[in-house]
Design a protein around this ligand. Structure first.
Ligand code: IPE
Ligand code: IPE
Ligand code: MG
Ligand code: MG
Length: 323
């Protein structure tokens, strides 16, 4: 299938520049180096999918535009800050086609800049005036950080599949959940609506990350800016690998070999080829599509509107995107 285009962005074309402006608006003066670093991070762009979720969900539910823009900026800054720290942790030198902060700065300066962006995100979240929303932000950040630490130290669980779902919830779905659920809270929605929007965010977030993990195997490395199977190279078992391993019980040690990164390049590529031709990619995509469909089904009871259509389309885009 052709990669989907992001036409849902047309529905937020007017608000996104305001979100960008709010992300950049500085509440005080700061060191010129920090100013330069913030400029570098914010100019690098990004797909701005999480702000789109906030804006579309909030407008569908009758939220006040100004509050939604502030929340969208806050969510995207939270996302940006986690990436600043993540790139340092992962030693990644390129993000969004541009050099990362850690490519030129010391780890200390990179950590502090990330902290500063977290603080800016919290500052904006506080402007919502909603303690519930601020609590949701704090909890989401705890989930993300705990997920990164679990990945760093490794999990002791025997259930590789459950480990995987926990990991992608922490690193990705939790923030999509916050975007959709938070928009509903901010719009004064009833409990059932908040629950539905939370489920929408959760499912599209899980689908998004599964597709990301599939793309790691099949996308053009030049387009994604990472080597083929970079997850497996780092000993990270994602859904295509897990599905493949499950069909090969005779190969019980393989998971350990892969996790410990004890294969040489030829051995690794052999497994990459095997995974690619095993049908595991297709099955992982099927799972992602099912997740996205469950997300979309949460929207069934809302009256038809261009915003509901855009939220549906956004879910479709997340699973059919080419990069
Ligand atoms: C990247 O997220 C980090 C993950 C959770 C996989 P995105 O793919 O949304 O990154 P940007 O914001 O568009 O750069
Ligand atoms: C990034 O995770 C997402 C978070 C830290 C929340 P990854 O390290 O798996 O993703 P990329 O490849 O750097 O975007
Ligand atoms: Mg990374
Ligand atoms: Mg990482």
């Amino acid at each position: 299938m052709e990669p989907a285009t992001a036409t849902f962005l047309d529905r937020v074309r007017l608000e996104l520049p305001e979100v960008e402006a709010r992300m950049r608006a500085s509440p005080g003066s700061h060191h010129p180096s920090l100013e330069a670093a913030l400029g570098q991070i914010l100019s690098a762009g990004g797909k701005r999918i999480r702000p789109a979720v906030v804006l579309l969900a909030g407008r569908m539910l009758g939220g006040k535009p100004d509050r939604l823009i502030t929340m969208a900026a806050s969510v995207e800054l939270l996302h940006t800050a986690t990436l600043v720290h993540d790139d340092l942790i992962d030693g990644s030198l390129l993000r969004r086609g541009l050099p990362t902060l850690n490519a030129s700065w010391s780890p200390g300066a990179t950590v502090l800049t990330g902290d500063y962006v977290f603080a800016r995100a919290a500052h904006l979240a506080a402007q919502s005036g909603s303690l519930v929303l601020m609590d949701m932000f704090a909890r989401t950040l705890m989930t993300i950080v705990n997920g990164e630490l679990t990945q760093l130290f490794g999990s002791h669980s025997e259930d590789l599949r459950q480990d995987y779902y926990d990991r992608i919830y922490a690193k990705t779905a939790s923030l999509f959940e916050l975007s959709a659920e938070g928009a509903a809270v901010l719009s004064g929605s009833d409990e059932e609506t908040v629950r539905r929007m939370k489920a929408y965010g959760y499912h599209i977030g899980m689908a998004f990350q599964i597709v990301d993990d599939v793309l790691d195997f099949v996308a053009d490395p030049r387009q994604v800016g990472k080597p083929v199977a970079s997850d497996l190279r780092h000993g990270l078992l994602t859904l295509p690998t897990l599905l493949h391993l499950e069909t090969r019980p005779e190969n019980g040690d393989l998971a350990e070999l892969l996790r410990n990164r004890s294969l040489d390049e030829d051995g690794l590529m052999e497994h990459v080829e095997e995974i690619r031709s095993s049908g595991a990619i297709e099955r992982a995509m099927e799972e992602a599509r099912e997740m996205a469909a469950t997300g979309v089904s949460q929207l069934e009871d809302f009256p038809g509107s261009p915003d509901v259509d855009a939220l549906r389309e956004l879910a479709h885009y997340l699973v059919e995107r080419g990069s």
